[in-house]
Design a protein around this ligand. Structure first.
Ligand SMILES: C[S@@+](CC[C@H](N)C(=O)[O-])C[C@H]1O[C@@H](n2cnc3c(N)ncnc32)[C@H](O)[C@@H]1O
Length: 196
């Protein structure tokens, strides 16, 4: 039932600091920005972080000068983000598939796509395209290998990701991440794709 906010909210309630939370922004914020800027990411543009959790990545992106929306459908995630980072980011409790917010210039996607049930992936890609302005960029950190029990998160290979994204995007960069958190090293890859 990962499509329901209660599933995620319960984890925030039970664990306080869930296993995925790294108590700070992923080092991949910097790596993805360095990749996306030469590919057209606009300084100071409107950026959204879907499935923002406690908001570490969103706050880091705001510190980089972007106008950032942090979106998560779990109330405790948005509460935790607001408590940690206040008004630096526009926090919204909303569903990525159906939100009427946006459009944005870019998406920063870290552990949101991979949190989805794989049957929802084509609709997720469609939602990313719908929420971006034409030419907008989808920056994503993804797992090609997942440890532990059955997901989420769900692994995806680079060729599978390319094929999915190409329904609505031109894939500009697709390669191994080099700056992963040590706990995730060797298991992550990065994509930057432009909405057609
Ligand atoms: C694995 S957590 C990652 C949180 C954060 N990105 C991080 O790395 O700390 C996935 C997050 O996506 C949120 N989420 C899942 N499906 C969503 C949806 N359809 N719309 C909005 N948020 C969603 C969950 O509530 C959860 O906070």
């Amino acid at each position: 039932m990962t499509k329901h906010p209660d599933y995620w909210n319960r984890i925030y309630e039970d664990e306080g600091r869930p296993g995925w939370d790294m108590a700070g922004a992923t080092p991949l914020v910097r790596e993805l920005l360095d990749l996306a800027r030469p590919l057209g990411l606009q300084a100071g543009g409107d950026l959204v972080v879907p499935g923002c959790g406690y908001g570490h990545d969103a706050a880091e992106l705001a510190a980089e000068g972007f106008r950032v929306t942090g979106l998560d459908f779990a109330p405790l995630a948005i509460q935790g983000a607001t408590e940690r980072y206040g008004a630096k980011v526009a926090w919204h409790q909303d569903d990525w598939f159906t939100t009427a917010l946006g459009p944005w210039d870019a998406i920063f996607d870290h552990t949101c796509f991979v949190a989805m049930d794989p049957v929802r992936r084509p609709d997720y890609v469609k939602a990313c395209a719908a929420h971006l302005r034409p030419g907008g960029l989808w920056m994503a950190a993804l797992f090609h290998e997942v440890k532990g029990p059955a997901g989420p998160p769900h692994a995806i290979s680079m060729p599978e990701m390319r094929a999915l994204a190409e329904a609505h995007f031109d894939v500009l960069h697709l390669a191994e991440a080099t700056a992963s958190h040590p706990r995730r090293a060797g298991r992550e890859f990065l994509m930057v794709a432009r909405r057609r």
